[in-house]
Design a protein around this ligand. Structure first.
Ligand code: THU
Length: 160
């Protein structure tokens, strides 16, 4: 038996002012989209802003439903909007942020497993990597170079 250590690099910024101009704009766009979330049940608003290779920014927010499992994550609505509006354009980056109705979240919140899988499909589809930028309501910002970093041993089209 051997043990293999899997590593990834997490870039940690003290706050959003440390980001590049491009990343700061993307995160601010996500923050501005939080108002569009429909989260009457969880009171947990999530917003994503995608920067496409053509320079367009597309946003998405969580859209809940009284039948709880029917709700869609912010990343899911953003990715669906991207593939509906620009089906042939790769994604460069995605910024994801949140706002809780009950407390101030001071740590970055990472995408759920299903949304990591959705991001992986986008990466494999366009054979590119998508940078992921994460922030809570305030505090540190995390960035990773690819969804593969936070979805190790993933299942993708190469397994079929
Ligand atoms: N949510 C997202 O929008 N993205 C995630 O990656 C995790 C969770 C939403 C789903 C639900 O509307 C609310 O957050 C609470 O789970």
């Amino acid at each position: 038996m051997i043990e293999r250590e899997l590593k990834f690099t997490l870039r940690v910024f003290a706050n959003k002012n440390e980001l590049s101009k491009e990343d700061g704009i993307l995160l601010d766009t996500a923050k501005n989209a939080i108002k569009d979330a429909y989260a009457p049940y969880s009171k947990f608003r999530v917003a994503a802003a995608v920067l496409l290779e053509n320079g367009k920014i597309i946003t998405g927010t969580n859209q809940e439903n009284a039948a709880f499992p029917v709700g869609i994550c912010a990343e899911g609505t953003a990715l669906s909007a991207c593939s509906a509006l620009y089906p042939d354009v790769a994604m460069k980056k995605i910024a994801i942020t949140i706002k809780s109705g009950t407390h101030v979240v001071t740590h970055p919140v990472a995408p759920c497993g299903v949304c990591r899988q959705r991001l992986l499909e986008y990466e494999t589809r366009f054979n590119t990597n998508i940078e992921i930028i994460l922030m809570g309501e305030e505090g540190e910002v995390y960035a990773v170079n690819s969804v593969r970093d936070i979805l190790p041993l993933s299942f993708s089209n190469t397994d079929l």
